[in-house]
Design a binder for this molecule. Structure first.
Ligand code: ATP
Ligand code: MG
Length: 555
């Protein structure tokens, strides 16, 4: 983080707290995912923020699984969340679970009942909703609001003991049915749910509501700054009310604008629909905005952290152009990706004056952006090469600096060649290009004195390996899929995946390492797919070399 950058509003709050000696200058944040899905890029913003603030002010961050909903949560999600946070480069102080506090939370509820501040309500959810009134009209008490403390204690104990069916009773705080803030109109604290929990098993059949569990867990852990998204602004009064009336550590809640991004959806519930209805291969499909999907696509932790840094934090909702995320990965890979050659759409080229059977080993540096090139690899060269079909035109226009009859180009890392003739099949498709090379024009030791405008990539035919290459585009056609009339899935882009099953790659790429980025020269950035095997190599395109969507927009 550069020092000149102005403080964001959360940094200002924390610095002020430290100056005043609040919490003895201690900073403890938490990241509180509900283990009901995989983390997405929006969570990355929250992670970078919570862990980043703590790091900056010498504090710590807890990882707390907010596991109060037994129906939707499971261990697979817990493991993936831990894995994703570590991958992003952060370490939590403690791994905690709201379910570990169930006994304590129950005790707090009993305390509120004893203080006359909570009651058991037998009304149906519809009756409760109707009795709450509207923002302009006060609510009315249900017939159960004035139950005695003794009766409430007995009923709540029986709720816990499993005497009542799901939905038959709830525990509510007794606050103020006329409060303009609807969240203070006797909010629910506990509900009955006879369901197996992934950690507590069948021990509980009542579960605390988010509002009752969250702030209390913060207080139990002595969290100093509990940072959440703007939807929780109206919950803050309840957060403070509960802490005050239970009489526990005064954690404070602060809200920031969640990340919204164009051409994607960002809620676990909707991402789960895409998975369950097989619109994508799984949570880690490279088109998903999940961290596991982005990782499989070839995004680096650095690029995601840089993205979160760039978007900053604000108190007003906005939508970030996905082009900024793509810019961040391009910027990182330009510095780190090793350069290689691959021909995605091949046509055969024969160098007629290059001796048959001759082979050369040419040198290509790994990364020209780094001094010394990070070493290099040997590239086999021979008489017959694959080049891209699009690098040849029969009737080339004037500014076409590639191949066509009579035109010359340089073969990357190799020689200058001139096209003499070509062969077409009966459909008119070019099947062979015949060229001659200039023997003293070899890259690095060129004495030919010739100048050519274009350089093209190639792969030697007898040495080439084959691979499957997956070219991805945006998963949705609409900038805001949620604005689609009807179902958001109607704006799914039917062309978001293009598979090229026979791509020729230079042999060195058979040793490609998972998790490493490669620039296929002139074609974009690629990475080995998670499920690639030595027998069947698969590469995913992370991103193109340029922002083709920005160009579209200019047309
Ligand atoms: P979703 O709606 O995708 O399920 P959520 O808010 O329910 O998201 P949680 O697991 O409860 O997901 O979130 C964990 C933390 O991540 C919370 O503090 C939440 O505020 C934060 N978070 C979730 N989505 C975003 C987002 N788009 N931008 C920033 N922070 C987010
Ligand atoms: Mg949630």
């Amino acid at each position: 983080m550069s020092e000149e950058k102005p403080l964001n509003f959360l940094e200002e709050i924390i610095e002020e707290d430290i100056r005043k000696g609040k919490n003895d200058g201690r900073v403890l944040t938490r990241f509180p995912p509900e283990p009901n899905g995989y983390l997405h890029i929006g969570h990355a913003k929250s992670i970078c923020l919570n862990f980043g603030l703590a790091q900056r002010y010498g504090g710590k961050t807890n990882l707390r699984f907010d596991d109060t909903n037994p129906i939707t949560e499971n261990v697979e999600y817990v493991e993936s969340i831990k894995n994703d946070i570590k991958w992003l480069g952060f370490e939590w102080a403690e791994e905690l679970y709201t379910s570990d506090y169930f006994d304590t939370l129950y005790g707090y509820a009993v305390l509120l009942i004893k203080k006359g501040l909570a009651y058991v309500d037998d009304s149906t959810p519809e009756e409760i909703a109707a009795s709450k009134g509207t923002p302009t009209e006060a609510g009315v008490p249900t017939p159960y609001r004035n139950r005695s403390i003794e009766e409430n204690l007995q009923l709540f104990t029986e709720m816990k003991a499993g005497k009542y069916p799901d939905g038959s009773k709830v525990l509510r705080a007794k606050i103020d049915l006329a409060n303009p803030n609807m969240h203070l109109r006797d909010p629910l604290l506990y509900r009955i749910k006879h369901a197996h929990h992934h950690r507590t098993g069948d021990q509980w059949c009542i579960y605390p509501m988010y509002d009752f569990a969250h702030g209390q867990s913060d207080a139990i852990e002595r969290i100093t700054h509990s940072i959440c998204t703007l939807e929780f602004v109206p919950h803050r009064a309840l957060y403070d009310w509960l802490i005050e009336h239970i009489g526990i550590f005064p954690s404070k809640q602060y809200e920031f604008a969640r990340l919204n991004m164009t051409y994607t959806v960002m809620s676990k519930r909707r991402l789960l629909q895409l998975v369950n209805e097989h619109h994508v291969e799984g949570w880690d499909d490279p088109r998903m905005p999940t961290l596991s999907g982005l990782r499989r696509r070839g995004y680096t932790p650095t690029s995601i952290r840089n993205f979160c840094e760039r978007i900053g934090v604000a108190k007003r909702e906005n939508v970030i152009d996905v082009g900024l995320l793509e810019f961040c990965i391009r910027e990182d890979l330009n510095k780190t990706a090793w350069r290689r050659m691959a021909v995605l759409d091949p046509v055969k080229l024969i160098i007629t004056n290059y001796p048959e059977g001759k082979e050369e080993r040419l040198h290509g540096e790994n990364n020209p952006e780094v001094e010394g090139g990070e070493g290099g690899r040997e590239i086999p060269f021979s008489r017959e090469l694959w080049i891209e079909q699009e690098d040849f035109m029969e009737d080339a226009p004037k500014k076409f600096f590639r191949l066509g009859p009579g035109l010359s180009v340089r073969l990357k890392h190799a020689y200058i060649i001139t096209c003499d003739t070509f062969v077409k099949d009966e459909t008119g498709k070019v099947t062979e290009i015949h060229c001659s090379y200039v023997p003293n024009s070899k890259s690095g030791e060129d004495t030919s004195g010739l100048k050519v405008k274009g350089t093209i990539h190639w792969v030697s035919i007898p040495h080439a390996k084959t691979a499957e290459v997956r070219l991805y585009d945006r998963l949705f056609r609409a900038e805001n899929p949620m604005a689609t009339t009807g179902d958001f899935k109607e704006s799914i882009n039917p062309d978001s995946l293009e598979v090229r099953d026979k791509v020729y790659i230079e042999p060195d790429l058979a040793q490609a390492e998972p998790g490493k980025g490669y620039q296929f020269i002139r074609k974009g950035y690629f990475t080995l797919d998670l499920r690639s095997t030595p027998e069947h190599l698969v590469f995913n395109r992370t991103v193109g070399l340029r922002d083709t969507w920005a160009k579209e927009a200019l047309k």
